[in-house]
Design a protein around this ligand. Sequence first.
Ligand SMILES: NC(=O)c1ccc[n+]([C@@H]2O[C@H](COP(=O)([O-])OP(=O)(O)OC[C@H]3O[C@@H](n4cnc5c(N)ncnc54)[C@H](OP(=O)(O)O)[C@@H]3O)[C@@H](O)[C@H]2O)c1
Length: 191
Amino acid sequence: MRKLIAGMKISVDGKMEGPEGTADWVEAWSEDYGLMLQVDACLLGGGMYPGYEQYWTSIQEEPDKPVWITGSSPTPAELEWARFAAQTPHYVLSNTLTSALWPQTRFVRRLEEVAALKQQPGRDIYLVGGARTAASLIDAGLVDELRLILYPLLAGAGKALFATTTLRRGLQLRKLQQLPDGRVGLIYGTG
Ligand SMILES: NC(=O)c1ccc[n+]([C@@H]2O[C@H](COP(=O)([O-])OP(=O)(O)OC[C@H]3O[C@@H](n4cnc5c(N)ncnc54)[C@H](OP(=O)(O)O)[C@@H]3O)[C@@H](O)[C@H]2O)c1
């Protein structure tokens, strides 16, 4: 069965963004979890999808222009993800969104449809976020692996990544990697 793998960037106090709604300590929103070669689909929540589509569309269309979240020109890894995203099916969990700009985007309405996606043949699925979607999929036992990049920062006020998980779950540490600039890469199995 295909694995569903979440990849998230968080502060040491578990925040995925500050009170103003962005994580200004994250320098790039590229896929930095080593997933690109093993996934062939992405899953996102309806909350983050419109902003995600806008962010990567602007990089696809104007690769030399500073992007709105980071305020910088896209990094080489962001350019690589923009190309990959353009040709990769995206599934959006939402009961309210009905249309997307990208032709490779489809909507899923229920967790059962996510379970069915995992049963289809193919490579693994990258769970891009956001927080509430990741929490509900973790609680439903549908997420197989968590890949976190921990930033050396106490963000203080802001939205916690796991704020809405309700069930206790033991995790198995599979990999620990020291990254540049004091960051740490963590891979946990959720089984
Ligand atoms: N730090 C990181 O690495 C990282 C990565 C990704 C995202 N983020 C952050 O995450 C934030 C967005 O997270 P969020 O929690 O606000 O929104 P979200 O998880 O993207 O989306 C929540 C929405 O998804 C749909 N949904 C979630 N679970 C569902 C279920 N079980 N059944 C049906 N629909 C379901 C609902 O949409 P409907 O209301 O349309 O039904 C719900 O309102 C962004 O601000 C972004 O910055 C951070």
